[in-house]
Design a protein around this ligand. Structure first.
Ligand code: ADP
Length: 305
């Protein structure tokens, strides 16, 4: 079983030929809405990869909140520990996408920012009964701290996606078993330069030692992933799958959700990474965030070629 603590973000995406100037109103060329937020993306991905999954987080008493509950429940995710904030609305993201694929994004956390350690403690039962807890850094640090601490008192494997990246409290770091940064995050956390992929193994080793990790998995986008399994004294570079990529938003979350599901099912870290590498690749072949996660059969089929 997987428990995810994380954010809910409704994305309202506008496309335009360029960014508006100060004070300007600009006609856009397109619009789309998606359900996202790292917490939701990872929970949907874990559920589609076959894990019994629960999500802990905070939404508003509004239409977007309803949309999230509908999507999560249609994928079988347990939403019993989702708190509905009485006054703050559901979190929103407002990306502006330019013709070259570049973007500018405003996010407003709203209800996500109101989650408390008490909200997390209320979910202690489901959290400590899980095999794997997955956490990111989009929620207030007290909430992540409470969840990781609870997990550390039980036999729960903890996964941290350190995004958005920033300084991490050493106590929080000490609760993490498996760290899953992308290249940018790995470089920021170590202060090492990651321009050249040959540095990834050294960065992963440094993180594994400093954080006393069981494993460190650095995701490398269209180049795959690097896995260091410290418990097994094993390292490997896993090549990416060649797929028809249309939108890489949520790839890291599809990867992490899949990783959590496999580990909850008792897989070795390297096998969990191989399947997550397929799940991450497949998520880039579909537009959107949470809803772009593949199901297990499709990921297994890609992996088995
Ligand atoms: P993030 O979305 O957090 O920046 P990455 O871009 O590293 O994370 O992507 C996460 C994983 O998704 C990668 O490790 C890889 O397995 C898969 N992936 C991402 N982009 C591609 C791509 N263009 N082709 C194939 N696989 C991809």
């Amino acid at each position: 079983d997987v428990c995810v603590l994380g954010s809910f973000m409704k994305d309202l995406v506008a496309s335009a030929e360029r960014r508006p100037l100060p004070g300007e109103t600009l006609h856009g060329t397109g619009f789309a809405e998606f359900l996202g937020g790292k917490g939701v993306n990872q929970a949907i991905a874990a559920a589609r990869m076959g894990a019994r999954t629960a999500i802990v987080g905070t939404i508003g008493e509004d239409r977007y909140g309803e949309e999230f509950l509908e999507l999560l429940e249609s994928d079988g995710v347990d939403t019993a520990w989702v708190v509905r904030h009485p006054s703050l609305g559901t979190g929103v993201g407002l990306p502006l996408v330019l013709p070259d694929g570049g973007n500018s994004i405003i996010i407003v956390s709203r209800a996500n920012a109101a989650i408390t350690a008490d909200d997390v403690e209320a979910a202690a039962g489901v959290l400590t009964a899980s095999k794997v807890l997955s956490v990111q850094l989009e929620l207030p640090v007290e909430a992540s701290h409470a969840a990781l601490r609870l997990a550390s008192t039980a036999d729960v494997t903890t996964i941290l996606t350190p995004a958005p990246v920033g300084p991490v409290d050493p106590t929080l770091a000490s609760y993490v078993d498996i760290l899953v940064p992308n290249e940018v995050e790995a470089a920021a956390l170590t202060g090492l330069n990651c321009d050249d992929e040959s540095q990834v193994p050294a960065i992963a080793r440094k993180l594994a030692e400093e954080w006393d990790l069981r494993g460190c998995v650095v995701t490398l986008g269209s180049r795959g992933a690097y896995v260091l399994d410290r418990a097994r004294d094993f390292e490997e570079r896993v090549e990416a799958h060649r797929v028809a990529t249309v939108d890489t938003v949520g790839a890291g979350d599809a990867f992490c959700g899949s990783l959590a599901a496999s580990l909850a099912g008792g897989a070795e870290l390297i096998d969990a990474v191989r399947l997550a590498n397929a799940a991450g690749a497949l998520s880039t072949t579909v537009n959107g965030a949470a809803d772009s996660a593949p199901d297990r059969a499709t990921a297994v089929a890609l992996l088995d070629g």
